[in-house]
Design a protein around this ligand. Sequence first.
Ligand code: KIV
Ligand code: NA
Length: 273
Amino acid sequence: RGRRLSTPAIRRRKGGAALVCLTAYTTPMARFLDPHVDLLLVGDSLGMVLYGFDSTLPVTLDMMINHGAAVVRGSDTACVLVDMPFGSYQESPEQAFRNAARIMAETGASGVKLEGGEEMAPTIRFLAQRGIPVCGHVGLMPQAVHVAGGFRATGRSEEEAAQIAADARAVAEAGAFAIVLEGTLEPVAAAITAELPIPVIGIGASAACDGQILVTEDVVGLFSDFTPRFVRRYAELGGMIAEAAAAYADDVRGRRFPGPEHCFHAPGRKEAR
Ligand code: KIV
Ligand code: NA
């Protein structure tokens, strides 16, 4: 094949055509999305979206590796990145390398993403210099929900805006090939995008960014526990699934399913029906 978009190719899209990114957790979803996107992120949001946890903190490395490998199997052209889960990289650059190397080796993904700003810069440099492409993630950082006190927009005060800009700068200088900027006020996102030499992929961070990412289940109506204001719904698949289940239930109870065409018959004994 060899047609998959590489992390250097993503890096070169800075200031060019908007980078189109979505999350994917499974092989079938990856197959649906792959022809339409530049990048598929196996996000640790899967803990909330697929597993019903109320934060991303319980997500394990094994979960990320299993879903990462499934998404790589379901795609041929998108660049696939896998999130490093909480607790798998914060302790030290060495711990981060050991776990990122497992993700790379066991999934076939093209890179990893991890949350954090200035404090993670030495770790990002350690990985990037040792063969692991890293995408940063600053602004609203869901793995830090207990420190932030909730999922809320960032960059509201001058001080917080300056810290996010410093974090983004540190991540870029450490060698990240791209950075996700989540839940950040538009002027702050615009200034960071203008300043950084790497693509800024926004989520709730305005159209000023170099690209956009959303959680696919939010986009297609498959996750309704909570829909952030920055999501646009393009389909209501959850409602369609419920309607399909109701119609099936009716047919089974009314003995209208299965029909003769769904049944196996002995060869050569074609009953008249
Ligand atoms: O986990 C995730 O899905 C993410 C994206 C929303 C950026 O980190
Ligand atoms: Na994530």
